[in-house]
Write a protein that binds this ligand. Sequence first.
Ligand code: GUN
Ligand code: ZN
Length: 480
Amino acid sequence: MRSQRWPSFFFGKVQRLCPNENGSRPFQGPPSVWWFMTNDSDAAELCEPFVVQGPLFTLLNDRSVGTYTYLDNGSMVVGDQGKILYVGPSVPAEYSHYQVKKTRHLIFPGFIDAHVHYPQLPVIASYGASLLEWLDKYTFPEEAKYSQRPYAEKRARQFLELMLKRGVTSAAVFSTIHEEAFDALLGAASYSGFNLVSGVTAMNRGAPDNVLVDVGLFKEVSAKAIESGRCVERFRYAITPRFAISCTEGMLEYCGRLLESNPSLLMQTHINETKEEVLATSNLFPHATDYLDVYDAFGLLSDRSLFAHGIYTTESEYERWAASGASVIHCPTSNTFLGSGLFDASGYISRDINVGMGSDVGGGVSLNPFVTMSEAYKVAKLGGRVLDPFQLVYWHTLGGAKAINQAGFIGSLEPGKWADFCLIDITSDDLGFEAWERSNSVQEKLFGLTFLSHDSMNKVVETYAGGISRWKDATCQGPE
Ligand code: GUN
Ligand code: ZN
């Protein structure tokens, strides 16, 4: 079903939105957000069931990273609820009447960007500063603009379009302190089929007033935002204290209480990103034994917690981290661009701590998952570890799904999961195709794709979320 076209790259209908008890709509968007919402608030988004047929790769949701399916000519059956019904070499008889879409492009699970800041798109590639200076000089002035709803809406749509264009179908996204910024993102995501995790940012010190919010107002704004989010089908709310030094004890205490009181909430923040920040944290929280202890003391360390960066993690932090079930989100392009440091993959892998991948735009310089994975490979190699291509793909798909507690629904192409996938051109007549063809194993093929897709014609040409095509490369010619 392709009911409306707004914006031009979103091919779906608004996801399920419910009215409040009093019958009003759950969040206060302006007309430009409102008009695309349907009155039929309980209507699930339906798609025509279909079979997509072509080369297919997916890791499997298994304890071992190397379990996968690769088929030169596979079939994936997608039902009318946007979920996968079957993946295998041929179409079972019961689905033989479904429409078949044949493709020469690689059918691949949608990527999960487990740490990204949507208001920072305009400050990507800002020159020469390290983290704290970069925040002051470039980031906070930009984030202040998101109190303006039309600006936030424009940026939210731009952000989601770029994500879909890169094959990303799920993300844990930082917003700002402003309810306008959160509403704009939620509104745009609810229309696009995108699987969104986000929350209103908590920060009440260490920055200009126009990006700070006091605890009282934060409580009000987050209560509204949590309520709005409950009604959007592919949305999970994440309590989002920016990082320890931007929050007072009172703010962290409130965030911790929220997390403990509601098991459906996630928590996302930053940790151990730069030496300067680690030092500032220990100065502001002198009683804490280490950085992780600050979060733990306020009830923010749990298996629903996502910690971005984790570069300067100590032995005792690793131990506590592993015991908690929390995830680390590795953001390699940010770490090299800001000069923050080199992530120690072995530290987390050896302790069985779940790892997701984040672009961390605008500290990171690309939303492209292949760029992020290739940077992770290089960072690990500088640390003496050669990462398996399956490991990289795992982090950017199933690792991210686990981090946001959705491994049962997303992260791989398996029956019962959402049909979130992209089609990757592997047959462009250039270097990329040669690398694909000459590779003797699936690992080598993925490795070549990871490193060459930035420079070759190979790239994502179409992205589906919930079984509906949400973005398609208009320049893509010839047989699909
Ligand atoms: N630490 C606190 N805020 C930020 C941010 O916006 N980006 C990065 N990379 N680190 C942070
Ligand atoms: Zn970040």
